[in-house]
Design a protein around this ligand. Structure first.
Ligand SMILES: *[C@@H]1O[C@H](CO)[C@@H](O)[C@H](O)[C@H]1NC(C)=O
Ligand SMILES: *[C@@H]1O[C@H](CO)[C@@H](O)[C@H](O)[C@H]1NC(C)=O
Ligand SMILES: *[C@@H]1O[C@H](CO)[C@@H](O)[C@H](O)[C@H]1NC(C)=O
Ligand SMILES: *[C@@H]1O[C@H](CO)[C@@H](O)[C@H](O)[C@H]1NC(C)=O
Ligand SMILES: *[C@@H]1O[C@H](CO)[C@@H](O)[C@H](O)[C@H]1NC(C)=O
Ligand SMILES: *[C@@H]1O[C@H](CO)[C@@H](O)[C@H](O)[C@H]1NC(C)=O
Ligand SMILES: *[C@@H]1O[C@H](CO)[C@@H](O)[C@H](O)[C@H]1NC(C)=O
Ligand SMILES: *[C@@H]1O[C@H](CO)[C@@H](O)[C@H](O)[C@H]1NC(C)=O
Ligand SMILES: *[C@@H]1O[C@H](CO)[C@@H](O)[C@H](O)[C@H]1NC(C)=O
Ligand SMILES: *[C@@H]1O[C@H](CO)[C@@H](O)[C@H](O)[C@H]1NC(C)=O
Ligand SMILES: *[C@@H]1O[C@H](CO)[C@@H](O)[C@H](O)[C@H]1NC(C)=O
Ligand SMILES: *[C@@H]1O[C@H](CO)[C@@H](O)[C@H](O)[C@H]1NC(C)=O
Ligand SMILES: [Cu+2]
Length: 571
């Protein structure tokens, strides 16, 4: 047999091997009707924006390889977009969702079909509104099961349960951010955190709104944990139980045990919960409360849910003791650092960590808060020293355009919409984590970094302490990145790369930039389109801690952004 015959035979063999997977991939359709719904929490009834009247919204369930067609119809007065957080959106950037980045909003009475395929991802992600603060009530899980006949690389769970954290405001969150932007001050803080939409027994008038996880003894449960809170990183723990972390941001990790998790807004973490071998004669609280490093006020309350064992006999056991977990202190940065250090890619032959080893383009971005001068003469501005709060990446506070960036790029009409000159590094060096500079004012613009297709990129994200050091969970759309290093103080480009992990760094879409420190990430720009990168603390995004990448088409036909769908909203 000649080489070409062998090759032909091999191709047939490969096609046969792959066939079942292709054959089993499905198209799954969902209808998301955005409508108002009256909801009562903390004895406070209000009308909130929901998907299909549900809060939290409905889970989207699919297998790796499936296509999703989600028709979103807007029946509320607000403009709406939905983002499929963490989905790679290979060549389908039109379905990504951030308002004025990849699409114009879906206006009242309009609808839009988000059309995308899930490629090479398995685990938990979530969907949420991506316009103003509407994601405070518009969010729900995305559950990506492995392909049919493919197992988890860990023990098969008896049951799977989403645990989704949110942040509840008695007032209208849209009024809160509007007021904050008008006064220049910090926004009013939330009234409660929630687990699966429920605040739990530790608040006033909320005991009946408690999520209960009823379990059997001696079983393994997979908890799909999502932080959909607006503005707070959270610690989470279940009394008397250890959790085994197995997946983060829909990528398998090397399993490790912990009694407490740290999860930033925008992150997801799958954990195995092994229930006790016998009925323990007790119930257990699971609680979450924030990890906060920045200046300013915050909601320091604790949300709780109950882990309850089903009784072994019909005999009902009353007044079981209730155990409460111990959570780290609200500013426990050493816990945060140690926890981040435990997360490693699984990096197995089946699930390799494809870390870019060579870097073609390096970027150094500062992230943090700053100020804007008071906008009206003699007005009282409630930010620091009579200014207004602002935030920036490398001193560019991002201004949202009034046309969508992706459409402007595709049509070749960028003029007046964006400029392709986002700085590679800050224009001026200062001691980023030292005492504050005497000028705290930020600049602004709608600037993008342009990347050629398939560029391997390294970005160092450096926190600034201009208004106090603070951890910022940075989220990148369109890609997963590898977290190759992190540290405290100012990043040193000469010595710090020596400590980079290029073997099994965690691969994810959202990473906490350490308070008063830096993180180094790498990714391969193999997805053409315009991709947002921003702090996932919503208030910081509102203040301008955001920017965008423009990845150009490659030469081959399958390296190009697909044309926009015909129902793409216009503005
Ligand atoms: C919510 O409650 C208000 C006041 O009771 C009522 O007027 C309104 O129709 C309700 N809305 C929905 C969607 O049920
Ligand atoms: C979804 O997108 C694919 C790829 O562009 C396209 O072939 C298909 O027709 C689209 N489906 C719908 C219902 O728009
Ligand atoms: C924010 O809190 C202040 C003080 O409690 C209150 O006066 C104001 O109405 C609140 N703003 C909103 C939008 O609820
Ligand atoms: C739970 O932990 C507490 C504190 O460590 C301990 O006193 C108690 O015996 C434990 N209870 C069970 C049922 O595991
Ligand atoms: C939370 O904040 C309130 C008001 O600032 C304060 O009284 C309380 O002690 C704080 N609680 C904790 C656990 O830090
Ligand atoms: C954390 O907060 C505690 C209590 O508020 C304070 O005593 C301590 O100095 C803080 N630690 C750090 C590292 O900021
Ligand atoms: C601002 O305040 C100054 C001094 O109090 C006053 O002279 C001036 O008229 C005020 N300007 C406006 C626009 O109110
Ligand atoms: C506010 O003013 C004080 C006194 O002039 C100064 O020490 C401080 O650094 C200023 N803070 C900011 C954020 O500008
Ligand atoms: C930056 O400021 C910090 C805190 O004041 C100081 O410890 C550090 O040495 C400074 N770093 C540089 C490079 O100047
Ligand atoms: C601001 O800081 C710079 C550099 O530290 C210094 O040269 C300048 O004099 C300062 N300006 C004021 C107004 O304090
Ligand atoms: C951007 O900066 C310019 C000039 O510094 C200023 O006039 C404008 O108001 C700023 N725009 C925003 C949205 O902050
Ligand atoms: C909705 O979006 C359109 C298009 O960008 C814009 O013109 C309109 O002002 C927006 N409406 C609201 C209520 O924000
Ligand atoms: Cu931030």
């Amino acid at each position: 047999m000649g080489d070409s015959q062998l090759l032909a035979l091999f191709s047939v063999f490969m096609a046969l091997c792959l066939l079942p997977h292709y054959a089993l991939a499905m198209t799954r359709r969902y209808d998301f009707n955005i409508k108002m719904q009256n909801v009562t929490r903390l004895c406070h009834t209000k009308s909130i924006v929901t998907v299909n009247g549900k809060f939290p919204g409905p889970p989207v369930v699919a297998r790796e390889g499936d296509r999703l067609l989600i028709k979103v119809t807007n029946h509320v007065p607000n403009n709406i977009t939905i983002h499929w957080h963490g989905i790679r959106q290979l060549r389908s950037g039109w379905a990504d969702g951030p308002a004025y980045i990849t699409q114009c909003p879906i206006q009242t009475g309009q609808s839009y079909v988000y059309n995308f395929t899930i490629v090479g991802q398995r685990g938990t992600l979530f969907w949420h509104a991506h316009i103003s603060w509407l994601r405070s009530t518009l969010y729900g899980p995305i559950i990506i099961l492995p392909k049919k006949n493919v197992n988890y690389p860990f023990q098969k769970p008896y049951k799977e349960v989403p645990i989704i954290f949110g942040e509840w405001f008695n007032a209208d969150p849209e009024a809160i951010i509007k007021q904050a932007l008008a006064t220049g001050g910090g926004p009013n803080v939330s009234d409660a955190y929630t687990i699966n939409g429920l605040p739990g027994p530790l608040y006033n008038c909320s005991a009946k709104d408690t999520f209960k996880l009823r379990v059997k003894a001696g079983k393994t449960y997979l908890l799909r944990i999502i932080n959909a809170a607006l503005n707070d990183e959270l610690f989470f723990s279940i009394a008397n139980h250890t959790l085994t972390v197995v997946d983060a941001d829909a990528v398998y990790v090397k399993p490790f045990q912990t009694s407490t998790l740290l999860i930033t807004p925008g992150q997801t973490t799958n954990v195995l919960l092994h229930t006790k071998p016998r009925f323990p004669g007790a119930t257990f609280l699971m609680t979450a409360r924030p990890y906060v490093t920045g200046p300013g006020t915050f909601d320091n309350s604790t949300v709780a849910a109950i882990l309850e064992y089903k009784t072994p006999s019909p005999l009902h056991i009353k007044n079981l003791p209730l155990h409460k977990p111990h959570l780290p202190s609200l500013n426990d940065t050493s816990f945060a650092t140690a926890f981040a250090g435990k997360l490693r890619s699984l990096a197995s032959p089946e699930f390799p960590a494809k870390v870019p080893r060579e870097v073609e383009r390096r970027f150094f971005f500062t992230v943090g808060l700053g100020t804007r001068p008071c906008h009206r003469k003699n007005a009282t501005c409630q930010g620091p020293n009579g200014t207004r709060f602002a935030a920036s990446v490398s001193n560019v506070s991002f201004v949202l355009p009034s046309k969508a960036l992706l459409g402007a790029h595709f049509a070749g009409r960028s003029s007046g919409v964006y400029s392709p000159d986002f700085p590679v590094s800050p224009l001026r060096w200062f001691n980023y984590t030292g005492s504050p500079p005497n000028n705290t004012a930020v600049g602004n613009g709608t600037k993008l970094v342009v990347l050629a297709f398939n560029t391997s990129v390294e970005v160092v994200l450096q926190d600034t302490s201009i208004l106090g050091a603070e951890s910022h969970p940075l989220h990148l759309h369109g890609f997963n990145f590898f977290v190759v290093g992190q540290g405290f103080g100012n990043y040193d480009p000469n010595s710090d790369p020596n400590g980079f992990n290029l073997v099994d760094p965690v691969e994810r879409n959202t990473v906490g930039v350490p308070a008063g420190g830096w993180v180094a990430i790498r990714f391969l720009a193999d997805n053409p389109g315009v991709w947002f990168m921003h702090c996932h603390l919503e208030v910081h995004t509102s203040w301008g801690l955001k920017m965008a990448w423009l990845v150009l088409d490659g030469k081959l036909p399958n390296q190009k952004l697909l044309p926009p769908p015909s129902d793409l909203p216009k503005c």
